[in-house]
Design a protein around this ligand. Structure first.
Ligand code: 26Q
Length: 810
């Protein structure tokens, strides 16, 4: 088909005006900032849809092997700046908006974040899509179009309050509803068997409707697709109620169907064992599998070669029911025999684990799966039986071995272990940092690794340099362009060449000036969101991530209080002025995490208003941490706090974003911190505390936090001050439970054991900050070493070693 005189041929300012008139329907001379945002987005959307069609056509004609990335979460953030950048339209859009007396940056700020995820795992999925598109890999992300994403966090009287995130309220220009792509998803009922054929007599059905988001690649015209499913009532639901005028009943029936895709579970650790969550998992997996099977059958006459054309990746266990679903489709709907179907399955799936913590591993009561997905339960039982038969041949007579391996946990109420289903159903299983992958095969998957050593591998996480450097830090991006050329955007290893600049004063001055400007920007955000004025000349000490006991924000607070007391005791010492910055959300039901947020506010209130302290120390909490807030924080940080108990943080990705933007890390020997150290050099990172084997040994030998309390007077003074109510005089016992959990309650994450080492290392940080030139040199050295942490590198490894997919070329 010939499409002539496309509107995109016109200069960009004209295109924006045309969209103001035709799409937004306003007079271009009277357009509001929000109108301008809509119109600019429409310009980008139109060009992206062309790229989308071209990419799809190419992939179809080549019958390309594709990767399908299944994830309950995609934390995309905003799209406008990223899309304009990918389309090389940033300058044109700026010029067009200038004609309306607006700056692109301000207009882009009006867009709401697509916050369809909790934290690291969801943002990783978004970085991965960016890299898949940029590498030109035939790829499809599948997820849920939550009506409400991650809750918005407000702080009221120092405490977190959650508000619904109605991100779709005013519509989004970035989605393409696919009215013709709808699949039924079934639930409940029972199973009958006739001549070896299982028939699922389901009890309920909901429709899954596709909404596509285009994911632009950079430096290529390739785009990728994120297909999100919305649950809608089937066309003829409860017609009876409707016809008899009982609209209330009709509406409530409709809601029962549609609530499946209403809201993201804001929990990233202790899984909510709720029926609705299980339905969400099956809902999006079932729709995605039907879609990929249909797309396969459009290009091929049979499903026998499915594994040759698609690699299905499980982002954690959340989509693990997909293994049983593919078996069901193959056996029950396409007449495959079991062994054949199972062989195919085993060549198709791969699985990434994101946590070692037992309480975070997903299990579902057998009774619940029986009720919601009876056929899948049968399939899981059969997978288990055949698997245990095989394992029994490997270690005859070892019943404990089989119990540990079983897909069913029989201690107490019987439960399905989704991680075991994922391992058994996948050809490759990976962790997300070298340490984490190593621990996987020695701890939770040790028995599996003894059976299948080759199944386990490592894929260290990465972050996209487009969003986390080019977009978030335009100042540094420009300096890099001037110094290295612009290839670093798609080849981050180019950053290595910064090592040639380590003695270059002119470069260092520019680098420091950029950091200073980014700190001013961050100080503005702090002022705007908290009302607290902080000095950009102070050391910006940043800990931003979900609030979690294992991430030890509390250890950081203990250090702040210790420093406060030391400043009061010795006000004339040459203190390095510090601003300690926190941000992060606590799961709504996680009381300890909420208490830590409140403590940060209480301590901040005291310190920030103590005239004896002044600029020497400030403590702030930036509310509503999310992708867009992070884009302002990362470039403005001097110091990156990565202080999890060794062996608990699978990888971390914030650690990479901060170092990439020139922050030095103070951290434990944990997750990807270890690989950051290897890449930036021991002398350019502050590592402290117990290492993973030492944590383990201390636990085995018997950990006695009281000893640290008794033997370290400074630590004791800190714990007593907080526990005794110095920061909560209106309610002196507010933090006694929190402090008691450390001193008397076992201090599970060993804060007290690491405290002295942490404080001593913070003193080294201060000493280095006293030498700005040396600090700057090390910050530059950090940036230079971050090339390997591009998600392009990660995705290239997945593509080569796990998925076996290749780019089709431009
Ligand atoms: C499971 C069941 C029911 C409800 C919720 C969940 C759930 C949801 C989200 C469980 C876990 C998560 C998220 C986990 C997560 O973000 N993990 C982080 O993943 C990052 C990317 O690999 C790592 O860098 C972090 O170390 C890891 O904590």
């Amino acid at each position: 088909m010939n499409v002539s005189a496309t509107p995109s041929a016109a200069p960009l300012p004209e295109q924006i005006n045309a969209h103001l008139l035709h799409t937004v329907a306003v007079d271009p001379d009277r357009a509001s900032p929000s109108d301008l945002m809509q119109a600019t987005a429409q310009v980008a959307r139109a060009q992206l849809s062309k790229r989308w069609v071209a990419t799809q056509t190419l992939e179809r004609t080549h019958k390309a092997r594709r990767v399908v990335y299944l994830s309950m979460e995609f934390l995309m953030g905003r799209t406008l700046s990223n899309a304009l950048d990918a389309l090389n339209l940033t300058q044109g859009a700026s010029a067009g908006l200038a004609q309306h007396a607006q700056q692109l940056e301000d207009i882009a700020d009006l867009e709401r974040d697509a916050a369809l995820g909790n934290g690291g795992l969801g943002r990783l999925a978004a970085c991965f899509l960016d890299s898949m598109a940029t590498l030109g890999l035939p790829s499809f992300g599948y997820g849920i179009r939550y009506e409400y994403g991650m809750f918005a966090q407000e702080i009221q009287n120092g405490s977190q309050v959650e508000y619904p995130d109605s991100w779709l309220q005013d519509g989004t220009p970035w989605e393409f509803p696919r009215a013709d792509i709808t699949y039924p998803v079934r639930f409940g009922g029972w199973v009958t068997h006739k001549n070896d054929i299982a028939i699922w007599q389901h009890a309920g059905e909901v429709a899954a409707k596709a909404y596509d988001m285009v994911v632009p690649g950079h430096g290529t015209t390739k785009v990728s697709t994120l297909r999100l499913w919305k649950a809608v009532a089937p066309a003829h639901f409860d017609l009876g109620a409707f016809n008899t005028g009982d609209y209330a009943r009709a509406a409530s029936t409709k809601n029962e169907f549609e609530n499946i895709s209403w809201v993201l579970y804001p929990n990233d650790s202790t899984p909510a064992g709720r029926e609705l969550r299980l339905k969400q998992e099956y809902f999006f997996v079932a729709a995605s599998m039907q879609d990929l099977v249909k797309r396969h059958l459009n290009e091929h006459p049979t499903l026998h070669n499915l594994a040759e054309h698609v690699a299905i990746h499980l982002n954690d266990t959340h989509p693990a029911i997909g293994v049983a679903e593919l078996m069901r489709i193959l056996c029950d709907e396409h007449g495959f025999n079991w062994d054949h179907a199972w062989a195919l399955c085993g060549k198709t799936f791969s699985y990434t684990n994101h946590t070692l913590m037992p309480e975070a591993l997903e299990t579902w009561p057998v009774s619940l799966i029986q009720q919601v997905l009876p056929r899948h339960l049968e399939i899981i039982f059969r997978i288990n039986k055949e698997f245990l038969d095989l394992a029994a041949r490997f270690r005859p007579g070892d019943h404990e071995f089989l119990k540990r391996l079983s897909l069913i946990d029989e201690t107490g109420e019987r439960r399905v272990r989704m991680a075991h289903l994922s391992v058994v159903g996948s050809q490759q299983v990976n962790g997300v940092s070298a340490l984490h992958s190593e621990l996987l095969v020695h701890t939770i998957f040790a028995d599996f690794a003894s059976l299948w050593p080759k199944r386990f591998t490592n894929m260290t996480n990465g972050v996209t340099p487009r969003r986390w450097l080019a977009q978030a830090n335009p100042g540094l991006a420009r300096l890099l362009d001037d110094t290295l050329g612009n290839q670093w955007r798609t080849n981050l290893d180019q950053l290595k060449r910064l090592e040639d600049r380590l003695g270059d004063h002119d470069f260092a001055n520019k680098f420091m000036a950029i950091k200073r400007a980014n700190k001013v920007r961050l100080a503005d955000l702090i002022e705007k969101t908290t009302g607290i004025t902080v000095s950009p000349d102070s050391l910006f000490d940043v800990q931003v991530k979900r609030i979690h006991e294992y991430k030890r924000q509390l250890l950081n607070v203990l250090h702040v209080v210790g420093r406060y007391q030391a400043i009061l005791a010795n006000p004339d010492a040459p203190w390095v002025p510090r601003t300690v910055i926190f941000a992060g959300k606590a799961a709504s039901s996680y009381q300890a995490a909420k208490s830590i947020i409140r403590l940060i506010h209480d301590v901040g209130l005291t310190i920030n208003n103590d005239p004896r302290v002044g600029d020497k120390l400030k403590l702030v909490f930036i509310p509503n941490y999310g992708v867009s807030v992070a884009e302002t924080i990362m470039p403005g940080a001097d110091l990156s706090e990565q202080v999890s108990t060794a062996g608990t943080e699978a990888s971390g990705t914030g650690n990479m974003k901060l170092a990439l933007n020139g922050a030095l890390t103070i951290g434990t020997d944990d997750g990807a911190n270890i690989e950051i150290r290897q890449n930036v050099g021991d002398e350019n990172i502050f590592i402290f505390g117990l290492k993973t084997p030492e944590v383990r040994d201390l636990r085995v030998a018997g950990y006695h936090p009281l000893n640290y309390y008794d033997n370290n007077p400074a630590l004791r003074a800190v714990l007593d001050a907080i526990g005794g109510g110095q920061f909560s005089p209106d309610e002196p016992s507010r933090y006694s439970a929190l402090m008691n959990s450390l001193v008397w309650g076992g201090d599970h994450y060993m804060l007290l054991a690491d405290y002295a080492s942490y404080v001593a290392t913070q003193a080294q940080v201060d000493a280095l900050y006293h030498q700005p030139d040396e600090w700057c040199r090390r910050a530059i050295r950090n940036v230079a070493g971050m090339g390997v942490f591009s998600s392009d590198r990660t995705i290239a490894q997945y593509a080569n070693d796990i998925w076996h997919v290749t780019s089709l070329g431009d």
